[in-house]
Design a binder for this molecule. Structure first.
Ligand SMILES: C[S@@+](CC[C@H](N)C(=O)[O-])C[C@H]1O[C@@H](n2cnc3c(N)ncnc32)[C@H](O)[C@@H]1O
Length: 460
């Protein structure tokens, strides 16, 4: 591949892989950067351009729709990606407008043809006539009349997501706070998070990571922040004693591990384990108590990742490929169970730049059905007095509180446990008993956790 502009070319190729093959930008781009040996500066530019363009794609499309003389779905998809990349440079970077247009026109000539170069020149000149705020003024609804519609365009989130996040903020933090904070939350979704490390209990210490230049985590005793450093340079990461893991994920796993339990405490289950981040943290923790973890995962390729994640952890843990809704083990077997269920991922939008445009409101109901089945199965798998953590990386009420409420309405053998005492030092956890973490408040992904105790009674 010959190009005079490796950063823009890598960004463009990432956009194409995402649009054409449903690829994940955070998996594609690092591979391209390594394969093409981009230097640090170009790699940083390519990352900013690819992630920034993908994050704000819906807003750029709304702007481009007013600058192109036909519906956007009638453009070649290559042309559309190119225009989005150009719009991002014009509206959200410090690249001078003439350079943004010229670089995109050159790229059009290189990857498409002369006609595309002419078209991108004409369209981007129209885009560049006003700045981002100017465009918002022209095409966004009035914030007083339609605050959700305004924020959807201004903060580049689909409207249904703005609405779901707002509802969840209101339910957990009150209507007034939600009104004041929704913009902070959406803004936090648009910021690339730094790298957080987990020092797996009994295998590494946060102090060792501080010596490597990391800062101690705010809340989890296992967490350290590496900023935008490369975790691969740390020996303990290469050996699996330390891994990359959001602090919210660490907190919910540790809360389950710390919750008060009477009786045996040696057999734990992770019902939805892939790719294995929480499984590895829980396995290291139960190993310190002389116990073991069974980690189930439906997708065979993800079960292989779980197996790999568990390999360095001391103890006799096991990764199995299994459908958690149809347990392959006898009921009432486990002392502690985590059901970190498949969800829309609305709590981790800052990590996956394209994710917000991929999901639709219709996905939620379908996922909620699976989530309920998995929670029933998790409860059935726990022994009497055993504990179950229901966890999602989405704050959507229909995937969190409403799932738990629905499952509990149908059973007489479950009690709710207040999670908050097991998150010591974490502020602003609401009225309980469940907890919702927030990127703009806690600096973590928006993890949700409900804690349930299985009681000795029959299901309805
Ligand atoms: C949110 S992810 C789990 C993340 C994981 N706990 C971690 O910390 O790395 C949910 C996982 O559940 C898996 N899954 C979906 N349906 C399942 C089922 N019926 N049984 C077991 N796993 C399932 C998905 O493939 C996905 O890997």
């Amino acid at each position: 591949m010959r190009t005079s502009d490796p950063a823009r070319r890598a960004a463009y190729d990432t956009l194409r892989a995402v649009s054409e093959h449903d690829a994940y930008a955070n998996l594609v781009l690092p591979g391209l950067l390594t394969e093409r040996r981009l230097d640090t500066r170009d790699a940083a530019l390519a990352t900013e351009l690819a992630y920034g363009t993908l994050r704000a794609q819906g807003t750029y499309d709304a702007i481009l729709a007013t600058c192109v003389d036909r519906p956007l779905d009638q453009l070649d998809p290559e042309m559309l990606d190119l225009l989005r990349l150009g719009a991002h440079q014009l509206l959200a970077t410090r690249i001078p407008p003439h350079a943004a247009v010229a670089a995109t026109v050159d790229l059009a000539r290189e990857v498409l043809h002369e006609g595309a170069a002419r078209m991108s020149n004409a369209v981007l000149r129209r885009v560049g006539r006003t700045d981002f705020e100017g465009w918002v003024e022209q095409i966004a609804p009035n914030p007083q009349d339609d605050p959700e519609g305004f924020l959807a365009l201004f903060r580049a989130h689909p409207r249904w997501i703005v609405s779901a996040l707002w509802d969840s903020l209101a339910a957990h933090r009150g209507a007034e706070v939600a009104h004041d904070e929704i913009d902070d939350l959406l803004r936090a979704d648009n910021e690339r998070p730094g790298v957080t490390l987990v020092a797996r209990p009994g295998m590494a210490d946060v102090e060792d990571l501080i010596e490597e230049g990391a800062e101690p985590g705010r809340y989890a005793r296992t967490a350290a922040y590496l900023g935008h450093g490369d975790p691969g340079r740390i020996e303990a990461v290469r050996r699996g004693r330390v891994a990359v893991q959001d602090e919210g994920s660490q907190l919910v796993a540790l809360a389950l591990a710390e919750a008060k339990l009477t009786g045996d405490d040696e057999l734990w289950l992770d019902l939805c384990a892939g790719p294995g981040g929480k499984a590895a943290l829980l396995a290291a923790t139960v190993a310190q108590r002389g116990g073991r973890l069974i980690a189930a995962e439906l997708a065979p390729h993800r079960a292989r990742l779980v197996k790999r994640a568990l390999q360095p952890i001391p103890g006799l843990h096991k990764a199995i490929t299994a459908d958690g809704t149809k347990p392959a083990w006898r009921t009432g077997l486990f002392d502690r169970v985590i059901a970190d269920v498949p969800c829309t991922g609305l709590g981790a939008l800052r990590r996956r730049p394209e994710a917000r445009w991929r999901r639709g409101a219709g996905d939620v109901a379908l996922l909620a059905e699976t989530q309920k089945k998995l929670l029933h199965a998790a409860l059935d798998s726990a022994r009497p007095d055993g504990l179950v953590a229901y966890v999602t990386c989405s704050p959507h009420l229909a995937e969190t509180r409403l799932v738990v409420d629905d499952v509990l309405r149908r059973r007489t053998d479950v009690a709710r446990v207040d999670v908050r005492p097991y998150l010591p030092g974490v502020p602003e956890l609401g009225d309980g008993p469940d907890v919702q973490l927030w990127p703009h408040v806690h600096g973590t992904d928006a993890m949700y956790m409900a804690l349930l105790r299985r009681e000795d009674a029959a299901r309805d």
